[in-house]
Design a protein around this ligand. Sequence first.
Ligand code: ADP
Length: 158
Amino acid sequence: MRVLYPGSFDPLTNGHLDLIERGSDLFGEVVVAVLRNNEKVATFSIEKRVDQIRKSTLHVPNVEIVSFEGLTVDCAERENCSLILRGLRALSDFEYELQLAHTNRSLAINTETVFLATKAHHSFLSSSVIKEVAKFGGTIDHMVPKIVAKDLKLLFNK
Ligand code: ADP
């Protein structure tokens, strides 16, 4: 099966990467869909985020990376995915994710959202917190793939 894993990935964390690896194991094919959000100022350009994901997933079979704007369900249809994969880190993610899943189902009746619980040791990872740590020179090497750690250090001159 082919599953769409949408997100901002600004930048990719080890938690995201774990979901991609498990998604590939469970479903066979994972399309990572990187959101080009014009409302939000991204830290990394869309090209950079796609490149970070590509370089970090070379060891994972059957991964495709695309960028998209607009509705996730439209991207899922274009990419021929009837499943949308999302991660749940904690209860705080749940309400928003449930709302998104209901919204997406109301827009596209045949699209199912599947949730994977984050591994416990990744459950504290978030792109925004990692950027804060990197900005102040904290160690991030255990939180993100190598290429992302390198890009964050360059970005913040650390
Ligand atoms: P969005 O802006 O859509 O929330 P993110 O890039 O923050 O995009 O996250 C994309 C998906 O990855 C979401 O389903 C989110 O719950 C999941 N995710 C985020 N952080 C982690 C993590 N540490 N472990 C597993 N999944 C995560």
